[in-house]
Design a protein around this ligand. Structure first.
Ligand SMILES: N[C@@H](CCC(=O)N[C@@H](CS)C(=O)NCC(=O)O)C(=O)O
Length: 265
């Protein structure tokens, strides 16, 4: 049994898709990052970087529980554990790792910043929007040229595709027209037709909220809690944080912990 610490976002989606593809048993531990649950002490023990996704494999190496964060590491672990979506042969294996790293080091951060400045920033900053949207378009171009030559990023369907697909899935936030990238479009549709992908991306779908954060979400995602992981938030509220509802205080966090099921709750 694998505990999946999760919230429905592109980085989150990668892991239930892989768990479904691999046929591994898992249970969901929602971490509502819009309400600051990523700062709960029980979750910080699993991921000190206060981000989803993370897992605890109750039957890890040596039969002991094993905690893991960073989606790229989790995907590799699940591929090794299941023997799925990662070839054994050295060159093919490193081609997968190369395109997986391309996702975690390029697609995730650049698309993420593009989405931030288009959909989350409190004011529109043309330089930042142009910079990150251009990078996003450039990366779409790299993928489109690659996918003109091969069916999937690393040749055969692999964890590199599982990592990348959820970011193309939310392309509306980045104002991307897939018709401009026909090979990415073909790839996106082929992967989206897989039942495991459809099951994975449907997990907690009803709670998915991308862009347009309310004051409490803005404080949790970009406020002072990010600097002190919720420890000193009661003393020094972030500028612009919600004033009517002290989202970052320990008391508010404790009240939410009682109301909401999640890690350690
Ligand atoms: N490099 C990390 C990125 C994870 C990440 O950015 N997660 C976001 C959601 S997509 C998150 O948990 N944000 C909450 C926070 O930053 O407090 C990975 O690939 O796992």
């Amino acid at each position: 049994m694998i505990d999946l610490y999760y919230w429905p976002t592109p980085n989150g989606h990668k892991i239930p898709i892989m768990l479904e593809e691999a046929g591994l048993e898992y249970r969901v531990r929602p971490v509502n990052m819009l309400r600051g649950e990523q700062f709960r002490p029980a979750f910080l023990k699993v991921n000190p970087n206060n981000k989803i996704p993370a897992i605890v494999d109750r039957d890890g190496p040596g039969g002991r529980p094993f905690a893991l964060f960073e989606s790229g590491a989790i995907l590799q672990y699940l591929a090794e554990k299941s023997g799925k979506l990662m070839p054994r042969e050295l060159a093919a294996r490193y081609t997968v790792i190369q395109w997986l790293t391309f996702q975690v080091a390029n697609v995730g951060p650049m698309f993420g910043q593009c989405g931030h400045f288009l959909g989350y920033a409190p004011r529109k900053i043309p330089y930042a929007i142009e910079r990150y949207r251009n990078e996003t378009l450039r990366l779409y171009g790299v993928m489109d040229r690659r996918l003109a030559k091969v069916d999937y990023l690393a040749g055969d369907y692999s964890i590199a595709d599982v990592a990348t697909w959820p970011w193309v899935h939310v392309r509306w936030l980045h104002r991307i027209d897939l018709d401009a990238f026909p090979n990415v479009k073909r790839w996106y549709q082929a992967i989206g037709a897989r039942p495991a992908v459809q099951r994975g991306v449907a997990l907690l779908e009803e709670r998915m909220k991308i862009g347009n954060p309310d004051a409490e979400a803005r404080e949790a995602l970009f406020g002072r809690q990010q600097l002190d992981q919720g420890r000193r938030a009661a003393r020094r509220p972030a500028r612009g944080a919600a004033r009517s509802r002290p989202a970052g205080t320990r008391a508010a966090q404790a009240a939410r912990a009682r109301r909401t099921r999640g890690p350690g709750a």
